[in-house]
Design a protein around this ligand. Structure first.
Ligand SMILES: [Zn+2]
Length: 232
């Protein structure tokens, strides 16, 4: 067994030079064995990436088998409600979220639009099953519409390849506005009047984060400093 005289790494009998520091190997008692097989492959190659089509197919198969298993279980474990439809609906929603973007280069705003439509349809079907059209129209629909508006705003404003700093500012700001709207709708649905509590705290926190981010983005020196520190 030889060791590299320069860096001390243990050397295979077939190594003519050290694999780490490329120092010539010379051992008077154990000459380099040129005939034995090398411990590493000698030609470089890259593992080919799985194609997006194959990943989409794999996800689809997984979702279909989950849906089928739940449907079959539901047949054997009969209950009052067809509970498996809830899981199948959730699986369909997840499918809309994950598979279409793998197959086509869909613009961001349209992807987010599809995602919200999928969630809305799922919530609507739950409402139909639970005789909850009342709460769907009064509470869920306004919140979903606001979510749609927020997602379209984010999708259109972030679609053109913005910097991470602007992206963070936009996302934090819209989360604050969205949660403010959620509390507004919940208050109006329950009491008919608006009594702000937690959403004001969220809105204040998001404003407290957005203002410094805008300042950092506007001042070139600060922006450079932030890029360097946070590897943006
Ligand atoms: Zn070495």
């Amino acid at each position: 067994m030889s060791y590299c005289v320069n860096c001390g790494v243990e050397l295979d009998e077939t190594a003519g030079v050290c694999p780490l520091c490329e120092t010539q190997v010379y051992h008077p008692r154990y000459p380099v064995n040129h005939t034995a097989s090398k411990p590493f492959p000698t030609n470089r190659a890259e593992v080919s990436m799985a194609s997006r089509r194959e990943v989409a197919l794999l996800i689809t198969v997984m979702f279909v088998s989950v849906a089928l298993c739940c449907g079959l279980l539901n047949l054997f474990l009969r209950t009052q409600r067809i509970w498996s439809l809830y899981i199948i609906g959730a699986v369909l929603t997840l499918w809309v979220w994950s598979v279409p973007p793998l197959l086509k280069n869909i613009p961001l705003w349209f992807r987010l639009f599809l995602d919200v439509i999928a969630v809305g349809t799922y919530v609507f079907l739950i409402a139909v099953d639970l005789d909850g059209i009342n709460w769907f129209m009064g509470l869920a629909l306004p919140i979903l519409s606001l979510l749609m508006a927020v997602m379209l705003f984010l999708g259109i404003s972030m679609g053109g390849g913005r910097s991470i700093l602007s992206g963070m500012t936009l996302v934090i700001g819209t989360i604050g506005v969205f949660l403010f709207g959620v509390e507004l709708f919940i208050d109006f649905w329950i009491t008919g009047a608006y009594h702000p509590t937690w959403s004001i705290a969220v809105l204040a926190t998001s404003a407290a984060l957005v203002v410094p981010l805008i300042v950092v983005r506007r001042v070139p020196n600060l922006r450079e400093e932030a890029r360097r520190r946070f590897h943006l």
